[in-house]
Unconditional design. Structure first.
Length: 265
C-alpha cells in the first residue's frame, strides 16, 4: 500500500460523528520503568460506531486497550465511560461496567459446550442461601437467545467448542462479549486466522453489534478490513495518538502515511 500523503491534513478528531461519546480518554499516560508506553493519549469512542486503532507494533495500541479493559491503570490522565470517571482495578471491574474484550486467543474452553462457554464465570444458579445448584435449563435457554439474537452460525448451543470451525469459535466469543449488557466490545485482530467466507460472517456480526447501538473498538493490522468496517480511525505512533480520521473521509494511503510519520495530523 502506498504511503503518499495528501496535501490538506485534517484536524484531530471526528468532524461529523454520528453517536454520542461513550468512552473518552484525555492525557492518558503509562510508563514501564523508564519506557513511556503511552504519552498523553486523547481519543473518543462513540456509541453505535466501530472505532479502529491502528499503528505499527509497539505503537501503544495494545497498551491503551489494556488500560481501557482494566489490565493496566494509567499513571496519568483521565478516562470516562458514559460521562462517569473510570479507573478500573482489574478486568472484572471493567466487565461489570459494560466493557468486554474478545481476545485473539478467544479464551474458550474446547471441551465445554457452547452454552457453557457463554456462561463461563457467569453461571446462573437456583436454590436458597448456600444450597444452590447450577441452573442448566436457564443457561441453555439464555444461550439459545444470545445465539439467535445475533444470528450466530453454530450447529447447536450444546455442541462442544472443539467441534466448531475457526469462524464459529470467533462468533461464540463475540456472542459471549455481547450477551451481558455490554456497552463497549473490544476486538483484537478478530479475523486474523480465518478464511474469506468466515471473515465475512464475523464482519457481519461485528456490524450487528454496531447496529445494536454498542461501541466497538477494533484493533487490526488489516487495513482493508479497517476501511470496510470502521466509522472512525485513530492512529497510534510511538505511544501517542497521532491523528484521527472519519473513515469515509480518508484513504488507506493516508492512514499508512500517518502511521509512518510521512504525514502529520
Amino acid at each position: 500500500m502506498s504511503s503518499t500523503a495528501t496535501a490538506d491534513p485534517r484536524p484531530l478528531g471526528p468532524p461529523d460523528p454520528s453517536g454520542e461519546v461513550l468512552l473518552s480518554a484525555r492525557g492518558v499516560s503509562l510508563s514501564f520503568g523508564s519506557v513511556r508506553a503511552l504519552k498523553d493519549v486523547d481519543l473518543d469512542l462513540r456509541a453505535g460506531e466501530i472505532t479502529a486503532i491502528v499503528g505499527d507494533n509497539g505503537a501503544g495500541k495494545s497498551t491503551f486497550v489494556k488500560c481501557v479493559s482494566g489490565v493496566y491503570r494509567p499513571d496519568a490522565g483521565a478516562m470516562t465511560l458514559g460521562g462517569e470517571s473510570i479507573a478500573f482495578a482489574d478486568p472484572q471491574e471493567a466487565r461489570r461496567a459494560g466493557i468486554e474484550t474478545v481476545h485473539q486467543s478467544l479464551a474458550l474452553v474446547e471441551d465445554l459446550a457452547v452454552w457453557q462457554n457463554l456462561y463461563l464465570n457467569r453461571e446462573l444458579t437456583k436454590g436458597v442461601g448456600p444450597l444452590r445448584v447450577l441452573d442448566r435449563r436457564a443457561m441453555k435457554s439464555g444461550a439459545r437467545d444470545m445465539v439467535s439474537g445475533l444470528s450466530v452460525n453454530v450447529p447447536s448451543t450444546t455442541a462442544r467448542v472443539r467441534r466448531l470451525s475457526g469462524g464459529q469459535r470467533q462468533a461464540v466469543a463475540i456472542c459471549r462479549a455481547a450477551g451481558f449488557s455490554s456497552r463497549l466490545v473490544i476486538m483484537d485482530e478478530p479475523t486474523a486466522a480465518l478464511g474469506v467466507q468466515e471473515t465475512e460472517r464475523v464482519e457481519a456480526l461485528i456490524r450487528r453489534l454496531r447496529d445494536d447501538g454498542r461501541a466497538v473498538l477494533l484493533v487490526s493490522h488489516n487495513f482493508a478490513q479497517v476501511m470496510r468496517l470502521s466509522d472512525q480511525v485513530w492512529v497510534m505512533r510511538s505511544g501517542r495518538c497521532a491523528a484521527g480520521r472519519r473513515t469515509a473521509e480518508t484513504t488507506g494511503e493516508e492512514i499508512v502515511a500517518l502511521i509512518t510519520g510521512a504525514q502529520s495530523s
